[in-house]
Design a protein around this ligand. Structure first.
Ligand code: ZN
Length: 252
């Protein structure tokens, strides 16, 4: 079955333990015996973010599979040679590791991750925009999409709200127009242009989402929004997101 390498950890002197996101069984852990000792054993293909075809067998430990064979489907080598791309791919991987249950099939998320990693590897679309798309689609698949269509209090539609900036309340997962706005600790301001773009990403093909044009304000607001939104729902900030923010600071 096809699998994407989400994490690899050394185990003793010879072995590797991999966290794999598979097409049919979702997230699994597998031990690759002698993968460190001999490059020949798996041909050096067990790299982060690589897509591989695997054959596994069960071990005595229910949580751990034994990797028998692996062959390369796509190495996405453009990601690993680039710090920023690696940081983004690491963030997507950690979201899946933290969010998904072991062994449960999640084909939609597999296809989403594959598609976005392919785009990160290709370098045609900025990583920031790919990250916005990944996170918006991820929360949609997880069934926790934000409601960005109407003011939660007066029910005015986003297109009919006159002011350009509205409040998003994280604890409610919904927007509030300026007339109804109240003080809240868990909130963020978003311009209407940003909200529309986020709405477009949610519906339709991924290839359509890639064509949406983002102003620099919309990129900044959208990134702030999706990262705060996923962090709010996870209940903690992921290590990979902290790392990503450090890299951004250095770039700025
Ligand atoms: Zn209102």
């Amino acid at each position: 079955m096809p699998a994407i390498v989400l994490r690899r950890v050394d185990f003793g002197d010879y072995d590797l333990i991999l966290t794999l996101f598979t097409l049919n069984k979702g997230k699994i852990s597998a031990i690759a015996k002698s993968a460190k000792k001999s490059a020949k054993r798996f041909g050096g293909i067990l790299e982060l973010f690589s897509v591989i075809q695997i054959v596994c067998s069960p071990t005595k430990d229910k949580e751990l599979m034994l990797l028998q064979e692996a062959s390369l489907i796509n190495s996405f080598s453009g990601i690993r040679g680039d710090l920023k791309k690696t940081a983004y791919a690491g963030y997507f991987s950690e979201m899946i590791i933290v969010w998904s249950e072991v062994g449960s099939e999640q084909d939609n998320i597999y296809h989403l991750l594959y598609y976005i990693l392919e785009q990160v590897d290709k370098s045609q679309i900025p990583e920031e925009i790919l990250s916005i798309i990944f996170q918006m689609r991820f929360v949609a698949i997880a069934g926790i999409s934000p409601d960005l269509s109407v003011c939660m209090i007066c029910r005015t539609g986003i297109d009919s709200i006159k002011e350009d900036r509205v409040t998003f309340d994280f604890s409610k997962g919904r927007i509030i127009c300026p007339k109804c706005a109240y003080a809240s600790a868990n909130r963020l301001f978003l311009s209407k242009g940003t909200i529309k773009r986020l709405g477009w990403i949610e519906s339709g093909d991924l290839s359509k989402a890639l064509k949406i044009r983002f102003t620099s304000l919309a990129v900044k607001e959208s990134l702030d929004f999706v990262e705060s939104y996923t962090t709010y729902h996870l209940g903690k900030e992921l290590q990979s997101l902290k790392f990503l923010k450090q890299i951004r600071k250095k770039d700025a």
